[in-house]
Design a protein around this ligand. Structure first.
Ligand SMILES: [Zn+2]
Length: 323
């Protein structure tokens, strides 16, 4: 999410309740229905992407090149195809050579495959931050290696299942921290190619759970479309909610979903669990992989997948903008 530092620092001061959660890798194997995505695979992705080796994944840096190679190799391993000639969608980010990484699982219905669902996250971060005890690498575990790991895991799921009638693009953006540059570029490119976007969901900072909420994650721009109520219907409970601060701080406009909303005027929203009280390391050198709750992340993604399965298979495009 771009430039919310000033908001964050005030709120954290007021009510920081962050806690480090020790995760256990083992999940109840018997519970096969919900264990499609494991905390282990999410931890593996976040641990590498947020490692010091990648130097905070600034756009145009060596670190982000390594991150892109990691994502490409995962797509290849999972059988996720490139949507363009290669996985890389190259563009210029204020004079820096930059690239989004795009994977594709084509729909299995002759007509509905021409409607596209986009699942996205940004894999870039800010590079370096304010030094703390000689550590100046802003590792960006929650922001947004957590979202990137979720998109990668879901690409593995859908490439294996191929049970989606509508096509799905798995899109990892760079240039987000520079002003949503990567997603703006891709949105324009898909528009020029007359791609029919049905919905877009962006995963932004889903590394730690919210406490004292009666929903699992919040949905930005909640009132702009019927997507959140529809997704809750698809899973049969109040999974996605409206966070008042998200509306107050206009988070809908601060994340990559906004690039697609602006160009396509279709339901394009972000899912997040960062509620300004549960994580004190936003754009901080301590935003490290060992602070993520991987069991929570896995349970959230496993709950979301049935909603995306239904979204990709309804006969009618029932998800719409509100009047
Ligand atoms: Zn972010």
């Amino acid at each position: 999410m771009k430039n919310i530092l000033s908001i964050v620092s005030i709120l954290i001061l007021v009510s920081c309740k962050s806690k480090v959660v020790e995760t256990t890798e083992t999940l109840k194997e018997s519970d096969s229905k919900t264990v499609v995505i494991t905390s282990g695979e999410l931890r593996e992705s976040v641990t590498y992407l947020a490692s010091d080796e990648l130097q905070g994944r600034d756009t145009g840096s060596e670190g982000i090149e390594k991150a892109a190679i990691f994502i490409e190799e995962k797509f290849k391993k999972y059988g996720v195809k490139p949507y363009f000639e290669s996985y890389r969608d190259n563009y210029d980010a204020k004079g820096r050579a930059a690239f989004n990484v795009i994977g594709y699982v084509e729909g299995n219905d002759p007509n509905l495959k021409n409607e596209f669902i986009i699942l996205g996250a940004h894999y870039d971060h800010i590079g370096f931050g304010k030094p703390v005890e000689n550590d100046s690498i802003a590792n960006g575990a929650n922001d947004d290696a957590s979202g990137t790991a979720a998109v990668l895991a879901m690409s593995r799921y859908f490439a294996a299942k191929k049970n989606n009638k509508r096509s799905i693009l798995f899109t990892l953006y760079s240039g987000e921290e520079m002003g949503l540059l990567g997603s703006k570029h891709l949105a324009e490119k898909l528009k020029d190619a007359n791609v029919n976007i049905y919905t877009m969901v962006n995963f932004e900072m889903i590394g730690v759970p919210m406490t004292d909420k009666d929903y699992d994650a919040y949905f930005t721009g909640f009132d702009l479309s019927n997507m959140a109520p529809k997704m809750n219907d698809y899973v049969g409970y109040n999974m996605l909610g409206l966070l008042p601060q998200a509306k107050e701080y206009q988070l809908f406009y601060r994340s990559d979903n906004y690039s697609f909303y602006k160009v396509f005027n279709r339901p394009c929203h972000a899912i997040s669990t960062f509620d300004f009280t549960n994580y004190e390391y936003y754009h901080h050198v301590d935003d490290e992989a060992d602070k993520m709750d991987y069991q929570f992340m896995a349970s959230l993604v496993n709950k979301l997948i049935p909603a995306f399965e239904t979204m990709s298979n309804t006969a009618e495009p029932e998800i719409k903008m509100n009047e």
